[in-house]
Design a protein around this ligand. Structure first.
Ligand SMILES: NC(=O)c1ccc[n+]([C@@H]2O[C@H](COP(=O)([O-])OP(=O)(O)OC[C@H]3O[C@@H](n4cnc5c(N)ncnc54)[C@H](OP(=O)(O)O)[C@@H]3O)[C@@H](O)[C@H]2O)c1
Length: 324
């Protein structure tokens, strides 16, 4: 495994992190979830991402159970707050009240005294940004969180947050967690340069476009029976990408991967890690074998010639990818 600093902070995170959305505490059997986390840990993954809202706390419970046998200082645990946890008007968003209450609830579910990275899962238009940033700073002062991050914030929102941090001398936000993969690249234009200028790194989600960038979904064919796309309970997000124009392009990427003795998942992750502002790529895995395959991406080298071949294919399919 290889490690990078989380943004400009001193924290080292593995280039590949393991996430738990739609999988652990939800569609993946608990024993398999724990085996995936163990396999990742044993292969050098030190960075685990979850969120309070993932199946309303169930993912945190499984992640916490899997990690409790390891020394607390040997892994970096990230969770999030923002999405509704019930119908209650205060049980959502980024108010001081909800942040403080959900941080305590997450610590309890995870079975830890602190989380390393606490992330605002989205931007909250209904809470004053200064209130949110002050609450995060207070949690850090209390030792309940070590670093704060955000997820899917725009360049303008990041810039605004940084201005308040500077004015009020608050601890800096160190990371942003956006979607980023070969098919969805909007962050390259503004989010990455703005984050870089403000000392923040990206920890990107859905690096495999939920499995599409493994090549297992073939044009004109049904999704494999044990895949996310075939599971009616969790396939609502992946459906948009399952069109034959995209899948034909993906098969060409698969051929490029084969030409360098990699598989497509490894090529797709290596392509993300070429970005110096990316601190880590958060993959999901429903099987131990996927964890094993995916971590090998850190050793895949992409030459300029291979990058050019990839660019040609990505330009061909660009217009067929639905907007994120
Ligand atoms: N901040 C946010 O708003 C946000 C949003 C989404 C996700 N996330 C985070 O990012 C993490 C990753 O997201 P994601 O699950 O969409 O990531 P992903 O890595 O793009 O997709 C993961 C899924 O692809 C399939 N897969 C993975 N490796 C494979 C392989 N080698 N061969 C074949 N299939 C493979 C598995 O699904 P099947 O085996 O079931 O097909 C796996 O669950 C989440 O767990 C979460 O922590 C954050």
């Amino acid at each position: 495994m290889k490690y990078r600093n989380l943004g400009h902070s001193g924290l080292k995170v593995s280039e590949i992190a393991l996430g738990s959305w739609l999988t652990y505490g939800e569609s993946t059997e608990k024993q398999t979830a724990i085996e995936c986390i163990d396999e990742a840990y044993n292969l050098g993954v030190n960075f685990f991402d979850t969120a309070n809202v993932y199946n309303r706390g169930q993912a945190e419970l499984v992640v916490g159970e899997a990690l409790k046998k390891y020394p607390r200082d040997s892994y970096v645990l990230a969770t999030k707050v923002y999405f509704p946890m019930s119908d209650g008007p205060n049980d959502r968003g980024l108010s001081r009240k909800h942040i403080m209450e959900q941080c305590d609830a997450s610590l309890k579910r995870l079975g830890v005294d602190y989380v390393d990275l606490y992330q605002c899962h989205r931007y909250d238009e209904n809470a004053p940004l200064e209130e949110t940033l002050r609450a995060l700073d207070d949690l850090a002062a209390q030792g309940k969180i070590l670093y704060a991050g955000v997820s899917e914030w725009s360049a303008a929102q990041i810039t605004h947050a940084k201005a308040i941090e500077d004015k009020r001398n608050l601890r800096p936000i160190v990371s942003n967690q956006p979607i980023y993969n070969m098919l969805v690249r909007y962050i390259e234009k503004e989010v990455i340069p703005t984050s870089e200028a403000n000392g923040m790194g990206q920890i990107v989600f859905s690096p495999l476009a939920q499995g599409i960038l493994t090549g297992k979904y073939k044009p004109g064919q049904q999704a494999p029976a044990d895949s996310r796309a075939a599971n009616e309970k969790i396939n609502r997000f992946i459906k948009g990408y399952l069109n034959d124009d995209v899948l034909n392009g993906v098969q060409k990427l698969d051929n490029i991967a084969k030409s360098i003795d990699a598989n497509l998942a490894q090529l797709a992750i290596a392509w993300i890690l070429r970005q110096p502002n990316v601190s880590s790529a958060i993959v999901g895995a429903s099987k131990v074998s996927q964890v094993r395959e995916n971590v090998k991406a850190v050793d895949v080298e992409l030459t300029d010639d291979v990058m050019k071949e990839i660019d040609v294919v990505l330009k061909e399919i660009d217009g067929f990818v639905p907007a994120w």
